[in-house]
Design a protein around this ligand. Structure first.
Ligand code: AMP
Ligand code: MN
Ligand code: MN
Ligand code: MN
Length: 289
């Protein structure tokens, strides 16, 4: 049997809410044995040229990626796009529109934190945002750790910034249909990110998978840093039931915060179609020169 390809097709840089630059993420991925890599920043493709260039210099195959925030059944869901053309005009414009409400949401989050005695969170979070157009909850979490309000980022997400806690501001993101169409229109493949993380009823989850397929979605993350090993099996079964290809990625954000490091996860369960089988022509080969 051949060795499984070591792929990591979900992670973040300073272009969104990660703490390493695209080049640093590339170097860490390559250093940890990743052979096929995709940088998938939230709602932004501005890091793609840098990521692809460093991947090529390091001898790693590369897929251009993005993780789009959508709202489905009043819940925030993430759709990963792989193999997209980062210069596609409709994708770039759709992502710009998706990012638009983040600054205002950040101001409202800060107002809520101020009401419980935590001052300066908007300005503080912005200092952690490598890209001010992509102000995200981890930037607030890092500021709360800096201030000594919590010991670590995961504690912040238990006590603040999530539903029912101070600093949580509900937000309406893109639609499922738009996200899948932007990705497909840019030549990519759409993937449901970390399905085990959403608190859906069985009916809502079934509706997500059914609608996703109907709009042209083709993949689901099975092995991800956000899933337990039991969920690897659960979503392998869902991939078979819905005839979706399987993807894998650490969802790495930071050496200090992330649950799974780059390239650290086990291979996909046998009997699934790996997502890269759908993307052979979109893989930017490293070796050519
Ligand atoms: P936003 O897009 O601004 O709502 O921020 C979402 C990001 O917050 C996710 O992509 C994760 O990076 C991070 N996040 C969400 N929930 C948690 C959690 N429970 N623990 C750590 N990070 C989290
Ligand atoms: Mn994130
Ligand atoms: Mn996500
Ligand atoms: Mn992610």
């Amino acid at each position: 049997m051949s060795t499984p390809l070591r792929a990591d097709l979900h992670c973040h840089s300073t272009i969104s809410d990660g703490t390493l630059t695209p080049e640093q993420v590339a170097e860490r991925a390559q250093g940890r044995g990743v052979q096929l890599w995709a940088l998938t920043d939230h709602d932004e493709v501005a890091g793609q040229q840098r990521a692809a260039a460093r991947a090529r210099a390091l001898g790693m195959d590369y897929l251009a990626g993005v993780e789009i925030s959508i709202t489905f059944a009043d819940t925030t869901v993430h759709i990963v796009g792989l193999g997209v053309d980062p210069e596609n005009a409709a994708l770039v414009e759709g992502l710009r529109a998706t990012r638009e409400g983040r600054d205002e949401r950040g101001r409202e989050m800060a107002a809520q934190l101020e009401a419980v005695g935590i001052r300066g969170a908007y300005e503080g979070a912005l200092r952690y945002a490598g890209n001010p157009a992509l102000l995200a909850r981890p930037h607030f979490a890092r500021y709360l750790v800096e201030r000594g309000v919590c010991h670590e980022v995961s504690e912040v997400f238990r006590k603040y910034l999530t539903e029912g806690k101070p600093g949580y501001v509900p937000h309406r993101w893109a639609s499922l249909a738009d996200a899948v169409h932007w990705i497909r229109g840019a030549g990519g493949v759409a993937v449901i990110a970390h399905p085990g993380r959403y608190r859906f009823t069985a009916n809502e989850e079934y509706a997500l998978f059914t609608d996703f397929k109907a709009h042209g979605g083709q993949g689901v993350e099975v092995v991800t840093g956000s899933h337990t090993t039991a969920e690897y099996q659960e979503y392998a079964d869902m991939a078979r039931e819905f005839d979706l290809a399987a993807s894998t990625g650490s969802d790495f954000h930071s050496p200090d915060e992330s649950h799974a490091d780059l390239g650290s996860l086990p291979p996909l369960p046998a009997g699934l179609t790996p997502i890269w089988e759908l993307l052979q022509e979109r893989i930017q080969r490293a070796a050519a020169h």
